[in-house]
Design a protein around this ligand. Sequence first.
Ligand code: GAR
Length: 224
Amino acid sequence: MSRCIRLGALASGGGSNVQSIIDHIESKRLDAQISILLSDNPEAGVLKRAERHGIPRKVIRPAAFEKRAEHDRAMIHALQQRDVELVILAGYMRIISPEFVQAFPNRIMNIHPALLPAFPGVHVQQKAAVYGVRFSGCTVHFVDEGMDTGPIILQAVVPVVPGDTGETLGARILKQEHRLYPEAVRLYSEGRLRVEGRHVLISDHRVEADQCLINPPFGGTDVS
Ligand code: GAR
């Protein structure tokens, strides 16, 4: 059973992932509300998006604090004040402190533009293109105290094609991010996610165990 969960979104940039969550909520595909949007960046495009949709928003600038933990404490306070149940990091480009993680145990999700545990960190679309992998994709995971190491909820795989750059591959991945993140939040809101160690168990879901992607496909003609 789905229930309207209160989300706190953290974003530093353009906010297309936040927009996708907003769109899913407004079209009733996701039973949730964004109770507050927090950003570390006063110039972030995501603030305008939130404003357009009447979402409460607040900029908490790291420079206003001496220590990272103090900045995080202000973030935690803002989220708790709004009674946030699930925190979603959507292009939030700062590492959050252990204290932050402990304040929302298994209640912080992140979206990462690679197939973790491959390519953690930043500029990973470009790193994947340069490395020569045949597939990349995106990962939604719960946040633990490591960097991009938390239990994986969902992943989407996209092919890397000849001539891909970080930009072209990143655009292909981003399209899937916009589908994946709302789905992970929906599973959470329906109470279907349970964390056991490194594993996230999803109730009532189907796996197509014989599915296999090969890139390039056998016998295909390379038209690039
Ligand atoms: C997304 O690709 C997201 O996966 C990535 O930043 C982009 C934000 O785009 N996040 C990270 O790299 C976090 N390590 P958006 O602002 O348009 O949602």
